[in-house]
Write a protein that binds this ligand. Structure first.
Ligand code: GUN
Length: 302
């Protein structure tokens, strides 16, 4: 069976088209949604993400501010910047790129962000809102993007057994909460498996939909996947490849060739979940902007 390739770029472009229209509509009211992205240190992958977020915001007409701070930035300096952005009326969304350097207490930085501007959905207020099912909160962008991919690809989640592989606060945990919510893109029976799960292949093979977010290159092999399952690959791993000029290749958490031969549909890496994360970040920023201006907001996850 040849798997259907779920085209994250094409679906992200649809989300961007909606965002562009929403930004234009806000501009007719004299409002421009603004996003501030903060990067501490010079991790090349993080730098590349931050630049692509900034570029996409500008393309869609948002006000975009990028703060690239040296690795030696102190906790105090970083929190002072967050507080300045909290108070800036031109900024509706704040994202501090994770992970920060080791001397920074990431939790304290996240808690310094005004939850109404926390478009990453990492603040405890927004984590609680997701758990409670309050739809005015912010859901982390990668889980939101995974759900949107399933909805737009007409993959039924209601009643499906979804196995989420990975339990991070950025992907696994919020994704499990999101998929078990009532409503479109939810109503799933969710299992979270992780590095300490016993008989992991047995667990993942019972999935109708398998979402790999374990951060290990090509961890998911054909033996982990049931024939006809849908596979979403959240991983982006750099693997040394001396044949390539840049010295590495990007690969997901799934062994694409072997798994694609067995499953019904699969996301590629790159070009699957990656573009969706930025699309949902921009959708969250527009939602924050509308809420801060007291306007009705369509939730980004409906
Ligand atoms: N690092 C990897 N993914 C993310 C994300 O969605 N948000 C932030 N802030 N950092 C990340």
């Amino acid at each position: 069976m040849a798997a259907k390739i779920i085209d994250g770029k094409a679906i992200a472009n649809k989300v961007h088209a909606d965002s562009r229209r929403a930004v234009e509509e806000l501009k007719t009211r004299g409002i421009t949604p603004g996003l501030a992205v903060v990067l501490v240190g010079d991790d090349p992958a993080s730098r590349a993400y931050v630049r692509s977020k900034d570029k996409m915001c500008r393309e869609l007409g948002l006000h975009s501010v990028k703060h690239e701070l040296p690795a030696a930035t102190t906790q105090q300096e970083l929190i002072a910047l967050v507080e300045k952005l909290n108070a800036d009326p031109a900024i509706h969304g704040i994202l501090v790129q994770s992970p920060p350097p080791a001397h920074i207490d990431e939790r304290a930085v996240i808690e310094a962000i005004d939850p109404r501007k926390d478009v990453d959905g990492f603040h405890p207020v927004n984590v609680a809102k997701l758990a409670l099912g309050d739809r005015d909160g912010f859901v982390p962008c990668t889980p939101l993007g995974c759900q949107k991919l399933l909805v737009e690809s007409a993959v039924e989640t209601a009643g499906a057994h979804i196995v989420v592989l990975g339990r991070s606060m950025i992907v696994g945990k919020p994704l499990a909460l999101l998929l078990m919510q009532k409503g479109r893109g939810g109503d799933a029976t969710v299992t979270v498996a992780h590095s300490r799960t016993r008989n992991i292949a047995e667990v993942t093979r019972s999935a109708d939909i398998l979402i790999a977010a374990i951060g290990r290159a090509e961890f998911v092999q054909a033996e982990h996947v049931r024939e006809g399952a849908v596979v979403i690959d959240v991983g982006i791993n750099r693997v040394d490849d001396p044949i390539l000029d840049r010295g590495y290749r990007l690969t997901g958490d799934v062994d694409f060739a072997n798994v694609a031969a067995k499953c019904a549909a699969i996301t590629p890496v790159p070009g699957g979940v990656g573009p969706m994360t930025i699309a949902m970040l921009i959708a969250n920023t527009i939602k924050a902007c509308r809420q801060l201006h007291g306007l009705e907001s369509e939730t980004a996850w409906d």
